[in-house]
Design a protein around this ligand. Structure first.
Ligand SMILES: *Cc1c(COP(=O)(O)O)cnc(C)c1O
Length: 371
């Protein structure tokens, strides 16, 4: 990080104190009896999973939750002791990594568990799994049935396996559907536990549910958006703060004449003699290409509208009315709203998507700086 930090002007600045404090706030809200999984899939929603792992664990996260094995291995590479949970499916041919690196894995069939059992036995280890129940989302897991109860009980009896948890995911359709999904999970748990098997962790709530539906927190929640300061909730509230700032610097200024166009197809044309600034970020840095004519950056405390087609690596802003805009001047792409900077919330609305999409799509190219 230190080596590469000066290699580019386009950077993601991550406030690790905010990440820590957001996490601590979630812990505090859910209280003593409930654990929090910090969801750091998609490279920590663009913040860099490895860079934020420590503050999250220090603030009390029980697990670092990811979607894929590749993400889990990246965290384990950084620190073998990090507790990592994979919420997605890991194909049979890759399950040996789970055992080798002591990663907790989502499962939904006895076949997977038997394979894990065999691999764990060979390695002299215990594989930790959480069972996924499909309560309506139809994404991962099996729907409740007597056969599935049977299968899950069988999982408990496999050697070298710790069935540590069971979980489902809310589709967040409406209160009635949420209640239906939650009840399906509870009934299933009751059926398995009536057979004498106990789940240590039970979870169904993501960020929104954690805040809006305290009754569904069970004894573990999976918070993603919240730890980055994204407020997607409606009923409850939690004063988490955006931890990410996205910045760049003007690479070149151009004086153009009234009527001249910029970028592909000259889709924007100057209405008067103007000064435009080239900025070294584009849609390959995760900036929504559909923000043409809607997006803006903030330079010296003033909004500079992005004009013309947003290119892969560069875009152009109109800085005619911005005092003292120079080559090298800092431009805030996403900020916390101070100085009028565009928040991630605003970007998501202008780009007609959600906040998680705006941050999770930011690829590795912008350099992450942790403060
Ligand atoms: C991504 C994800 C989460 C976290 O979602 P947020 O809305 O960001 O809190 C929780 N659970 C599962 C299964 C997920 O895939």
């Amino acid at each position: 990080m230190e080596v590469t930090k000066d290699l580019r002007d386009t950077n993601i600045i991550v406030d690790t104190k905010k990440i820590h404090d957001n996490m601590a706030m979630i812990k505090e809200m859910v209280g003593e009896g409930t654990e929090v999984m910090a969801v750091v899939k998609a490279n920590g929603y663009g913040h860099g999973a490895v860079g934020i792992a420590k503050p999250l664990l220090e603030a009390g996260a029980k697990y670092l939750a990811v979607a894929t094995l590749s993400e889990a291995l990246e965290l384990k590479e950084a620190n073998l002791d990090y507790p990592v949970f994979i919420m997605g499916h890991t194909p049979d041919r890759l399950l040996h990594h789970i055992v080798e690196k002591d990663i907790a894995q989502t499962v939904f069939s006895i076949k997977q568990v038997q394979l894990l059992s065999q691999l764990a036995k060979e390695a002299g280890k215990t594989a930790t799994v959480h069972v996924k129940l499909d309560t309506g989302f139809h994404r991962l897991g099996c729907i409740p049935s007597d056969e599935y109860v049977e299968e899950v009980c069988q999982m408990f009896e496999e050697d070298n396996i710790c069935v540590e948890g069971i979980f489902s995911h809310l589709a967040l359709v409406n209160d009635e559907e949420n209640e239906k999904q939650y009840k399906l999970l509870c009934d299933f748990i009751d059926a398995v536990e009536a057979r004498g098997f106990k789940f240590k962790y039970k979870h169904i709530a993501d960020s929104i549910a954690t805040v809006d539906y305290p009754e569904y927190r069970m004894n573990m929640v999976r918070a993603g958006a919240l730890i980055y300061g994204m407020k997607g909730f409606h009923k409850g509230s939690l004063p988490v703060e955006q931890a990410m700032t996205f910045k760049t610097r003007i690479s070149q200024l151009h004086s153009i004449k009234k009527g001249e166009g910029v970028s592909y197809d000259y889709l924007w044309k100057a209405e008067k003699d103007s000064i435009v600034a080239t900025l070294p970020f584009g849609y390959a840095d995760g900036y929504p290409r559909n923000l043409r004519d809607k997006g803006y950056v903030v330079i010296n405390g003033h909004k500079a509208p992005i004009v013309g087609v947003i290119c892969m690596d560069q875009c152009i802003a109109d800085v005619t009315d911005i005092p003292d805009a120079k080559e090298g001047s800092e431009a805030i792409i996403y900020g916390d709203g101070t100085d009028g900077s565009m928040t991630i919330d605003e970007a998501s609305k202008l780009a007609d998507t959600n906040k998680n999409d705006i941050i999770a799509r930011i690829p590795a190219r912008p350099i992450r700086l942790y403060i």
